[in-house]
Design a protein around this ligand. Structure first.
Ligand code: AMP
Length: 186
């Protein structure tokens, strides 16, 4: 059994930064669906071509495509010890797709990153100056927040009902935040 830990939170909450650190420390795979999609775009794959404009607008790539990409990724050897999902699931159908594979890949915990929106916009705009990400613009950020509260936030309830949610105060010192997350790993 390869346990999955989910990092859930609005854009700019620091999920990627923390997921990288935790994955390295605990020997887990770090799966960022956003990074995977950006790789598809750089490699000009069919999926990349479909995803590009949707991502630039700040909207979500269709569930079917993202679920297929994720499930295929979980088949890799490096996921045998478990994985951190960074940016997946983002919708209820995506969360339900994980229920279907829970015998092999059970979700053990869901870390919910909490940061207020004003701080997030500043962080993302700052990141946009160096990330080269074409979706780190004010217009796209607005859409990404709307989608987060409409499609992704309801997942907190979904996982609360399963008693899996760990809330993380994601403002402040990166190492302190890391320790607050890492103490839930063994
Ligand atoms: P991220 O790097 O996680 O902020 O994701 C960047 C963009 O990739 C998102 O705004 C979406 O357009 C797309 N994306 C990433 N993960 C997903 C997902 N699980 N479902 C749908 N779209 C996604």
């Amino acid at each position: 059994m390869s346990e999955l830990k989910i990092f859930l939170g609005p854009p700019g909450a620091g999920k990627g930064t923390q997921a990288k650190k935790v994955a390295l420390e605990f020997g887990l795979a770090h799966i960022s669906t956003g990074d995977m999609l950006r790789d598809h775009i750089s490699n000009k794959t069919d999926l990349g071509k479909i995803a590009k404009s949707v991502m630039d607008e700040g909207k979500l790539v269709s569930d079917d495509l993202v679920i297929a990409m994720l499930v295929e990724r979980l088949g890799s050897n490096d996921c045998k010890k478990g994985a951190i999902l960074d940016g997946f699931p983002r919708t209820l159908p995506q969360a339900k797709s994980l229920e279907e594979i829970k015998n092999k890949f059970p979700v053990s915990k869901v870390f919910v990153f909490e940061v207020d929106e004003e701080e997030l916009v500043q962080r993302i705009l700052l990141r946009g100056q160096t990330s080269g990400r074409s979706d780190d613009t004010e217009e796209s950020i607005k859409v990404r927040f709307e989608i987060y509260s409409q499609d992704t936030e309801p997942l907190i309830d979904f996982y609360n009902q399963q008693d899996k949610v760990v809330k993380i105060n994601a403002v402040g010192d990166i190492d302190e935040i890391y320790h607050n997350i890492a103490k839930h790993f063994n």
